[in-house]
Ligand binder design. Structure first.
Ligand code: FES
Length: 255
């Protein structure tokens, strides 16, 4: 494997600091991966009434502090986060934008535009495991289901012991799910699904409006991807710090 110094010495016409972007992506995705793994293994502090961490939603076991759909019994004694992590993980890992980013940052294939690949051979996504990237549209279907549950969690986040209220946690969860929706519905596969495959929108005004909406989101897909990644992490951190008693959630409740 070539080092970054080797690649920088190969002939190309880039004179700018092209290597900043791959380093940034390695750092951010690496830190997010470590954070997600650690909080998933911890199996605690993921619920602070009425807030549920997005890393643990939907909570599918009877052993959850706050079960959403308790369809799995007490025989399951690992972290409930492991049961659902596959869906968002598959969606992000196979996302066209993230593929571009991590192929550049982690595989240097290529590291940047007009910079040679670190490897001599290139087989694209025609072989295992990269051929599995084709599951992206199916990962989208699962992601939409999980997103619906996260919207339900947000509604519950305004319910304080059967009283309507607004807490800082409610607003953080709302912002998180808005960002996740922008990321999900701006997906290239979603845009194709709502009308991208049609030759003509004649007589299909609803489809055209949905396609226009998806296109508007899609134009900034990379931003939705990054902001929603940060918001998931910050939402979990906020709930976790409250559940651990480190901070106190400011809230207003209508009684
Ligand atoms: S292309 Fe990025 S989520 Fe589908």
């Amino acid at each position: 494997m070539a080092t970054i110094a080797d690649v920088r010495q190969r002939p190309h016409e880039r004179t700018d600091r092209w290597w900043i972007e791959p380093i940034f992506i390695v750092t951010v995705l690496g830190l997010f991966g470590i954070y997600a793994f650690v909080v998933s293994v911890m199996n605690n502090n993921y619920f602070h009434d009425p807030y549920l961490s997005p890393f643990y939603s939907p909570c599918l076991t009877t052993g959850c502090i706050h079960p959403t759909f308790p369809i799995i019994g007490n025989w399951y004694n690992l972290s409930p986060a492991f049961l659902i992590v596959g869906s968002p993980l598959a969606f992000r890992v196979t996302c066209y934008y993230y593929r571009r980013s991590y192929y550049r940052a982690f595989f240097w294939s290529p590291p940047a535009c007009s910079v040679p690949d670190a490897r001599a051979k290139y087989s694209g996504e025609t072989r295992f495991p990269f051929i599995l990237q084709n599951i992206h549209r199916y990962a989208l279907y699962l992601a939409v289901l999980v997103l619906a549950v996260l919207w339900w969690d947000v509604i519950l986040a305004f319910n304080f012991d059967s009283h309507f209220g607004i807490g800082l946690g409610s607003l953080i969860m709302l912002a998180n799910v808005v960002l996740l929706s922008g990321y999900t519905f701006g997906c290239h596969a979603a845009r194709y699904l709502v009308g991208g495959y049609l030759d003509s929108f004649h007589g299909k005004s609803l489809r055209f409006r949905l396609w226009e909406f998806a296109t508007m989101l899609n134009e900034h897909h990379s931003r939705w991807a990054w902001f929603s990644l940060f918001s998931v992490m910050l939402t979990d951190l906020y709930i976790r710090l409250n559940a651990a008693g480190v901070i106190v959630d400011p809230r207003w409740v209508l009684r």
